[in-house]
Design a protein around this ligand. Sequence first.
Ligand code: HSE
Length: 306
Amino acid sequence: MRASVTVRVAGSTSNLGAGFDCIGVAVGRWLRVTARAAPDAAGRTIAIERGGTLRSLDTAPEADLLYRGFVAACRRAGQEVPAGLALAADSDIPVARGLGSSAAATVAGAAAAAALLELKLDRAGLAELGSDLEGHPDNVAPAVFGGANLVLRGPDGLVVTPLPMHPSLALVFAVPDFTVETKRARAALPATLPHADAVRAAAKSAALVHGLAHADARLLAAGLDDVLHVPFRRSLVPGYDEVTRAARQAGAYGATLSGSGPTIVAVVVADGVGAVGDAMVRTWGARDIAARTFHAARPAGGYETD
Ligand code: HSE
């Protein structure tokens, strides 16, 4: 066992419209976790420090995704979870905003265990473990591998493949000051859809992949305009129609929910990030909803350990 390790894991935006549950892009917002042997935590199973406070997780440690990821990696390797251990976490990934904070925490916990205890857990294994635990492989895959990814379940497990994103493209995010829990956003989805909608959805997801690769305006507009989830979720995000329209009017190829929202992500040409971000924030502001913007000029990398 090493004395201390630090892991850095990126947040992610998933779906990007028609890539519902199968496309995710790592974005440069980071969760940093330091795992260390902590004699002062002896007697407790594990402790997490946030903002300098040591918090015992003895009461319900399973509720913490970092802890659950850590334990799952130990179990997979057939190792006991060591006692006397502290995890210190520090993050600038907005929580419950559709930016993959849960996936990042799960991956960080598992990657920290692997590094600290020198477990045999490669990236593919970590993606499987994280997806089983967290449930959203379209956020877990970018957290593990970085970049833009297509992810699906094949007969032999998770298939993750990198997707090209044209270098002229950037992603602009507007993050409002309210949250939407993924559970609630999933409960809004219908159990079935008409066959004709499924046909449109298939065409749109192909358009999204090709549009991202080639910065093709028509295909991006079609691919960012989803039929599988956004129509059922937009009522959870006040101002959704106005903010996405403002992004398009300011020059974006299109805009849609980031993951299950409420963050809205726009795909733009790189020199249009300022105008589109400002337009989205202003539009929410006109509805008395505070929002902040950031952008990703290129996808972030996969998790790193020191
Ligand atoms: N693809 C998932 C959803 C992501 O939209 O529900 C959840 O983070």
